[in-house]
Design a protein around this ligand. Structure first.
Ligand code: V0V
Length: 148
């Protein structure tokens, strides 16, 4: 894998939000985004929504809204640290092959949080790079589910 080809594109930007319905309303009614998908991910402790633009071509980045299922979840703790206010919690880069991309990133000194990928939105496979190894940004990598 060449240095240029670890990531395919920016897949989505993730916002931590205190209330999912309010955040969806803001993004659809004020910003004009379109709700594409909504699901609960128990393992990650989130209720989440994915939003896109009109046509939403595969290469167009999405917006992900992440509300906590529990106060002691990752998003719950993030919100608490930020005075209960929402904000950008993560940026997610898409990869074709998450095992290969993880190996390359580890070889280059990036700290991935999970030994093997976990399940993300829409049946995707995900992992995260710790902000301490990425210049301060929580970086998610995602391999979309086949057909997505
Ligand atoms: C913490 N830090 C961050 C950060 N969270 N920096 C940038 N962006 C963030 N989101 C910094 C924080 O300022 C501290 O820096 C240091 O990391 C430790 O912070 P902490 O508050 O003690 O936080 P931890 O260590 O408890 O948790 C941080 C990690 C956690 C990254 C380990 O957020 C995590 O496990 N994230 C991965 C899972 C996740 O985010 N799930 C929700 C989305 P100083 O003060 O030490 O300098 S689920 C999702 O995206 C899905 C399902 C999907 O996309 O499909």
């Amino acid at each position: 894998m060449s240095e240029e080809s670890v990531f395919v594109c920016v897949d989505h930007v993730g916002y931590a939000v205190p209330n999912l319905d309010d955040a969806i309303k803001l993004h659809t009614e004020v910003f004009g985004w379109r709700l594409l998908h909504r699901e609960t991910n128990e393992e990650q402790g989130v209720e989440e929504a994915m939003l896109g633009t009109g046509e939403q071509l595969p290469q167009n980045a999405q917006v992900q809204l992440l509300a906590p299922l529990r106060p002691d979840s990752t998003i719950g703790k993030w919100l608490e640290k930020n005075g209960g206010r929402g904000g950008v919690q993560q940026v997610c880069y898409r990869v074709d092959d998450i095992e290969k991309a993880s190996q390359v990133l580890r070889e280059r000194g990036v700290t991935l949080l999970y030994d093997s990928p976990k399940t993300g939105t829409g049946g995707s496979r995900i992992n995260f790079a710790h902000p301490k190894s990425t210049g301060g940004v929580l970086l998610e990598i995602v391999e979309p589910a086949p057909g997505h």
